[in-house]
Write a protein that binds this ligand. Structure first.
Ligand code: AGV
Ligand code: CA
Length: 316
């Protein structure tokens, strides 16, 4: 059941169902200073029904079944490769997951944009929004209710590629975009216009934190802890990342999630950006002095601090 902590940071977590999105959920659940107001799912790097099942199972396993869940029925502009989307289905068949009972009827569910607007609108204090997939649901919530902008204390988004190549390789695209931005470049373009207190965790920094075997070995040595056991099984599924065109799975979303707890491990640059809403560079996040769209960009992370933080959090 959901427990209230008066001093906790209220966080809405919008994810898109890839393995590291769920590792991020586990990490967030382990943070004592975080109260998860809602978990919302974007059907981008996943199929929604799989992602919902995994979300419910993780909440059941960790005794956090009272959290409201949002699902988006919006299907983006540029679909993720189908082989990536189907991939996380294996998570529900892992030994620790397969027999976990979920009672979807017992959980409150609604359209993501409505849940996001409602939670931000009704919270006692400004809310943090963590996004580890595309930003469409937040943008839709703001379009429906522009007043909620002033009630958002921070948006942390795993997305973008500023001074490094993107990870989209597709027909008629110039490789400059990162997938979470590219899925809905129109919404991404709008997001910057709201002048939110936005911190991006782009490929520039996530490229430095691959999922590596040394880390997984350390994690496995502590698998008597439920979180370490579960996380180790999830990460093992990423080791043979399907080479649609790239062979390495990174700690993309997990790094962005850690920023909520260990901001001191990151170097943040304040800069003015623009995001291309269409064209061969759709979804590109690029510097544009004078745009007035100031954002914080995570440029560097203390890797040892980050990996140690993860190992510590998962000792539960
Ligand atoms: O671009 C990184 C984002 C992150 O939110 N996702 C995966 C993470 O959840 C897209 C992505 C890039 N490369 C991938 C991705 C791959 N090889 N497999 C699955 N998803
Ligand atoms: Ca993701």
């Amino acid at each position: 059941m959901k427990q209230f902590n008066d001093k906790a940071k209220q966080v809405i977590f919008d994810h898109d169902g890839s393995a590291d999105d769920f590792l991020s959920l586990m990490l967030l659940l382990s943070m004592e200073h975080v109260d998860i107001a809602a978990v919302t799912i974007t059907p981008a790097d996943c199929y929604a029904e799989n992602a919902l099942e995994t979300t419910l199972k993780i909440l059941a396993l960790t005794n956090k079944t009272g959290i409201d869940i949002g699902i988006s029925s919006f299907h983006g502009v540029n679909a993720f490769p189908a082989e990536w989307r189907a991939r996380p289905k294996v998570l529900n068949a892992l030994p620790l997951m397969i027999n976990v009972e979920t009672k979807p009827g017992a959980t409150r569910m609604a359209e993501s944009r409505n849940i996001i607007a409602e939670k931000i609108g009704s919270a006692a204090r400004p809310v943090t929004v963590l996004m580890t997939g595309p930003c469409s649901s937040l943008v839709q919530a703001i379009e429906d209710n522009p007043g909620i902008v002033d009630r958002i204390s921070e948006v942390v988004w795993m997305g973008g590629a500023i001074d490094v190549p993107g990870n989209v390789r597709t027909y008629n695209h110039d490789n400059s975009a990162e997938w979470n931005v590219f899925w809905d470049p129109v919404a991404s373009h709008k997001l910057l216009q709201y002048q939110l207190p936005l911190t991006l965790v782009p490929l520039d920094v996530t490229n430095h934190v691959p999922v590596n075997i040394a880390f997984l070995k350390s994690l496995a040595l502590q698998s008597s802890f439920l979180y370490s056991n579960l996380a180790g099984q999830f990460w093992a599924t990423t080791i043979d990342t399907i080479p649609s065109y790239e062979y390495t799975y990174f700690m993309w979303d997990v790094l962005a999630t850690s920023y909520l707890a260990i901001p001191e491990a990151f170097t943040i640059e304040r800069t003015e950006l623009e995001i291309a809403g269409k064209g061969p560079n759709a979804g590109q996040t690029y510097r544009k002095p004078g745009s007035g769209q100031w954002v914080g960009v995570a440029r560097h992370v203390d890797k040892a601090c980050f990996y140690n933080y993860l190992l510590g959090r998962f000792r539960r």
